[in-house]
Design a protein around this ligand. Structure first.
Ligand SMILES: NC(=O)c1ccc[n+]([C@@H]2O[C@H](COP(=O)([O-])OP(=O)(O)OC[C@H]3O[C@@H](n4cnc5c(N)ncnc54)[C@H](OP(=O)(O)O)[C@@H]3O)[C@@H](O)[C@H]2O)c1
Length: 321
């Protein structure tokens, strides 16, 4: 099968298209013929071994999993022994966060993992939003965002930001989205109650007060946002923040039990895949797609993701149509 292979750590240009053996589904596994996948910020950070302290997990000298890729959507090609929930031909989607391997024509995943049937009405390329939804959901769930609460989402135009905005609206929160000028219409379309252009206004000087400020791009800080928080409000982030400061403040917050600063730890991805198909089918969740690349051009997709300026997700069409 054709796959995108990273023989060493580096930038987009280290990724090569290779012919690799097709995986054989083991007991309890499903072999998926991948129709669509994505290049995410996680793939890009894994490719360049960032942060350095992740190397014991991702591989000390080179990527332990040389075929990256977390999101998949496609059809079941084969099932391993003991699998009863899926059959060849089923349309499925999901996440492979530990073994990765989705940047390929076939990927083997656990049948009891983060995989679910994909409703017929949803094209494969619209179903590969899972990773952004996973991180956004993990943070909103850890905070416990609910009806009537007021949330500000900083960087509401990225994969995690567009997911956080939509999920916060599903939770009946009032949402302020902070985005660049070219993303203001999108943020309104996704349901934001108030949209602020970070290039023309200092959002930290606004009069509103929030239960939750969620930094979805790791480009603001708790000290900058502190005055926006209600007395029992909290600052959550999807990233370690400038110079890792959000991580240190989150650690201090946990030790002091203040709940003031946190980085929501990834929850069980099966929960996300469980509800995402229904939300895509009934229109409560909409895929925001920046661009499409064929698998042969995946290095270009990596280079684009590295600009840190994508809008939503970057799709790789492994088997178009
Ligand atoms: N916790 C985890 O394990 C985990 C997993 C995945 C990702 N992450 C981190 O989460 C963050 C978000 O990931 P992502 O994939 O959602 O990012 P992304 O899609 O690459 O985000 C890009 C978006 O952010 C906007 N942006 C860039 N600079 C901005 C700024 N200064 N203020 C506001 N918006 C800005 C860009 O639009 P404009 O530049 O046009 O405004 C663009 O639309 C990243 O830092 C990533 O490393 C963490």
């Amino acid at each position: 099968m054709k796959a995108a292979f990273a023989p060493k750590y580096g930038q987009a240009d280290v990724v090569e298209i290779r012919d690799l053996p097709r995986p054989v589904p083991q007991t309890g596994e499903v072999l998926v013929e991948v129709h669509a996948t994505t290049v995410t910020r996680t793939d890009r950070e894994t490719l360049r071994a960032h942060p350095w302290f992740a190397r014991p997990m991702t591989g000390l000298m080179r990527p332990k999993q040389p075929v990256l890729g977390v999101d998949f959507a496609g059809r079941v090609a084969e099932v391993g022994a003991g699998v009863t929930g899926f059959s060849p031909g089923d349309r499925v989607f999901g996440l492979s966060p530990v073994r990765n391997g989705c940047h390929a024509e076939f990927v083997a995943v656990a049948a009891d993992g983060a995989i679910a049937r994909l409703p017929d009405t949803i094209p494969f390329h619209e179903a590969v939003v899972g990773e952004g939804v996973w991180y956004a959901h993990s943070n909103l769930e850890a905070f416990g965002l609910g009806p009537g609460q007021n949330a500000l989402i900083y960087g509401a135009s990225g994969a995690i930001g567009t997911a956080a905005l939509q999920l916060a609206k599903v939770r009946d929160a009032t949402v302020t989205a902070v985005v660049g000028p070219q993303h203001m219409a999108l943020a309104h379309d996704l349901g934001a109650d108030l949209v602020i252009d970070y290039t023309s206004e200092d959002f930290t000087r606004r009069p509103e007060r929030y239960d939750l400020v969620f930094d979805a791009v790791g480009k603001t800080t708790y000290p900058a946002c502190r005055r926006l928080l209600k007395p029992d409000g909290a600052f959550y982030a999807s990233d370690l923040g400038p110079w890792g400061q959000t991580a240190w403040l989150a650690l201090w917050s946990a030790i002091a039990r203040t709940r003031r600063v946190a980085i929501g730890m990834p929850r069980d991805p099966r929960d996300v895949i469980g509800f995402l198909g229904d939300m895509l089918a009934d229109g409560r969740y909409r895929a925001v797609i920046d661009s499409h690349y064929p698998l042969d051009d995946i290095a270009d997709a990596y280079a684009h993701v590295a600009t840190e300026q994508k809008t939503g997700i970057v799709v790789v069409d492994v088997k178009p149509g």
